[in-house]
Design a protein around this ligand. Sequence first.
Ligand code: PLP
Length: 449
Amino acid sequence: MSRIIYPTTNLTAIEQLVIERGEGVYVYDNQGKQYLEGLAGLWCTALGYGNEEIIETAAEQMRSLTYSHMFGGKSHPAAMALADKLGSMVPVDGAKVFFGNSGSDANDSLVKMLRYYFNAIGKPEKYKIIARERAYHGVTVAAAALTGLKPNHTHFDLPFEALGVLRTGSPHYYRDALPGESEEDFASRRAAELEELILAEGPETIAAFIAEPISGAGGVIVPPATYFEKMQAVLTRYDILMWDDEVICGFGRTGHDFGASAVGIQPQMMTLAKALSSAYMPISAAVITGDMYEAMVQPSAEVGVFGHGYTYSGHPVGCAVASKVIEIYERERLFEHAAKVGDYLQARLREFASHALVGEVRGMGLIGAVELVANKDSKQAYANNAVGSFCQQSCEDHGLIIRAMGGNSIALCPPLIITEAQVDELVTKLGKALDATLDFATAEQLQVA
Ligand SMILES: Cc1ncc(COP(=O)(O)O)c(C=O)c1O
């Protein structure tokens, strides 16, 4: 057993699979067995594995400038080019970009920038952030507090109150709608609840509302029709910023450039990571409006410095790789490809809607989930995640990597370069695993919630 403390792992069940190499949409374990990477690593390897053009870009950048920091206004071409490119892509007015290393640290950076900004404009009391149940925003202290999933909170004693984190309901129509409630009525109810929370807390105390366009780790939750339109209207009414966490949805995942375009969000803040570099290098970007940035300029001069930054903020290799990755997305028209193959994936996944274990199939573009339930009619859930874990293992046995999450939802998020033939392969393997899982669930007489 190695000395690694495994991340997001049941520490009694480690080193179950040792992955040694990858090529295209496939990875290979230390026994040489091939797996279709049905979750693109952790929703991130959009261009798949072993792309020589990206590898060459990284090598070239390492040869010319391995590292340079950005403290004190020092800069380098790779970071400047990437910031300009991102600024031209994101739907944020006058976008300014802060580079980091992960989705979590980008979210933490925005928590801090919100405070800096509202202090700068003389509204220090406006610091609270509304986050949602079932959301995932990462695991650094502030990001974990924004996350709405129990395993990321339990035993960690997170400082929710000090951070001003408020919680509102998730947009999970299948799980959270009232009996007989339409999608639109559910969306209206969520917007009304948001307004109630804002009024109860005092709108003048609330800085922002954070949301993933489609929640990933919570079980791939696609918001119901009109949801974001209604939520955004409430936020606008009370002068609360819309913070769009695009860590999974950004760069084509939904078949659109950003999840914001897919679900109708007009953000003032954005978090980008994962597909920003297609996971060839760790890099993230926290985006704010030009107005927010301008307000922070003079206060930084008074202190002497905008006192936030990482050693690896704007790492040249990460930036060069990200620029190349975006160039490939554009050149190969991969967002359109994701929309087209995504439609195919969604149609094929819906064939599982009639499977005895499947309560709901949902998704958009190249992200989706199949939720496993004890009773299709009543939507009754299983008491624990045994059925999802079994299915995950069975997929692996059949040469498919996926993750069971958000209870017993089998999440799918293959690399954007996947072909229709490879989608067929994914669906065939998942189908075999679902049948094996049904046999298991029947034989074990699993407990229901
Ligand atoms: C929506 C979202 N935000 C933030 C994060 C955190 O990113 P990281 O794991 O790079 O810190 C994730 C990771 O899965 C995510 O899905």
